[in-house]
Design a binder for this molecule. Structure first.
Ligand code: NIG
Length: 380
């Protein structure tokens, strides 16, 4: 089944400058052709988008969607002045352990469907609310049945029933052995109160020994070793980056590690906002992701992240859109096939109910998703 999309107002491909007067042909799950509308080949179906903007689907490279329970009260307390401490993770761990597989899969599917309806076509999600071998394993299996990319985050928090040393040994050993076959990535929450530099390095190197790619939660709640460690170990991405020193920025700029910014989380936890300009101006690769989770960032809206990045992080619209598409793809090392519209790429297409991507920031909070194709299938 092929489809030609015509009537495109502005086409963002991440493969050269934005185009006007272009058309796009999808064939099966791939992009088959991009070029001037006047030369577009025929296809089984033709869709005229009547002057709307077309871009790659969002690539949300950081979510925590295998969970149960609700933390509305924690959020309300925060808005009343309580600080975010990450201690609430334990609340979600208790609810997740008590939930059935079917409940966890239902919550995950509901959130992924919500994201897809808003233009997200490639999504990573993590374990990390199980924290036992059995609960991390079933979290990974459930995640792998839905998400494009799955990350093992056994090192999210030390569960109350264990000592740090015993838990780190468990994560590096039996837990990784059980979960590794079901995931592509391993992550560590490298932060005061979670895992220190030595524990983080130990978990990450054990994961790398099993062939997993590395990601790090770093520099979220204060300055710390997360960014430096991520760069040292060649992690694909270090996520949060809220508190960066000049040397962190320089290290990122001189590396292949993507700085993944999560502005919805910073706003929801009343943290400062990351210095996106310093990163971009230094030459670092920046991604934007939702960090959708029930505690620190309960939104699946990548459009909200893009609007925030433009309005509050001083990114240009083009930088923000690229960071939420190509940047996320790069953070997942999938930039050859997602976050880009070129021949051979995955047919993940987002049509906005607006003539240009500028409207994402110009009209913040307005639902602008008109149509979505994921792997060539019209899903909205
Ligand atoms: O990325 N920082 C650690 N993990 C999540 C928070 C999860 C939670 O509060 O439940 C994050 O913000």
């Amino acid at each position: 089944m092929s489809v030609v999309i015509t009537g495109i107002g502005e086409l963002t491909t991440n493969d050269g400058p934005p185009r006007t007067g272009a058309a796009l042909v999808l064939d099966g799950d791939r992009v088959a052709w991009v070029g001037p509308a006047s030369a577009a080949p025929a296809a089984d179906e033709s869709v005229d988008v009547e002057g709307r903007a077309v871009l790659p689907g969002w690539v949300d490279s950081h979510t925590h969607l295998v969970f149960a329970g609700d933390r509305t009260e924690e959020f309300a307390a925060r808005m009343a002045g309580q600080p975010y401490t990450a201690g609430g993770i334990a609340v979600t761990v208790a609810a997740t352990r008590a939930a059935s597989d079917a409940e966890l899969a239902g919550v995950l599917r509901r959130h992924v469907a919500e994201a897809v309806a808003q233009g997200t076509t490639c999504l990573e999600t993590k374990t990390g609310y199980g924290l036992t071998v059995a609960d991390e394993l079933r979290s990974a299996r459930i995640a792998a049945s839905v998400a494009d990319e799955v990350t093992f985050l056994g090192a999210h928090l030390v569960p109350t029933e264990m000592s740090t040393q015993d838990y780190v040994d468990l994560v590096r050993g039996e837990m990784l052995d059980a979960v590794a076959p079901h995931v592509g990535w391993a992550d560590v929450f490298c932060e005061t109160g979670a895992f220190d530099e030595d524990a983080s390095r130990a978990v990450l190197t054990s994961a790398a020994d099993r062939g997993l790619g590395l990601r790090v939660h770093g520099n979220q709640l204060g300055p710390g070793p997360g960014v430096r460690l991520a760069v040292e170990l060649g992690a694909a991405s270090v996520d949060h980056c809220t508190y960066l020193t000049e040397s962190d920025v320089d290290a990122l700029a001189g590396s292949d590690t993507v700085a993944t910014l999560l502005p919805a989380c910073d706003l929801s936890t009343r943290q400062p906002l990351p210095d996106a300009r310093a990163l971009l101006d230094a030459g670092a690769t920046v991604a934007l992701a939702s960090n959708c989770n029930p505690g620190s960032s309960y939104t699946s809206s990548m459009a909200y992240c893009v609007a925030t990045a433009v309005l509050q992080l001083r990114m240009s619209v083009e930088e923000a859109v690229r960071a939420a598409t190509w940047g996320g793809a790069r953070a997942l090392r999938r930039e050859h096939e997602v976050g880009v519209l070129r021949e051979g790429a995955r047919a993940d297409v987002h049509v906005l109910d607006a003539p240009s991507v500028t409207h994402l920031a110009y009209r913040p909070g307005v639902p602008l998703t008109h149509a979505v194709w994921r792997k060539g299938e019209r899903v909205r």
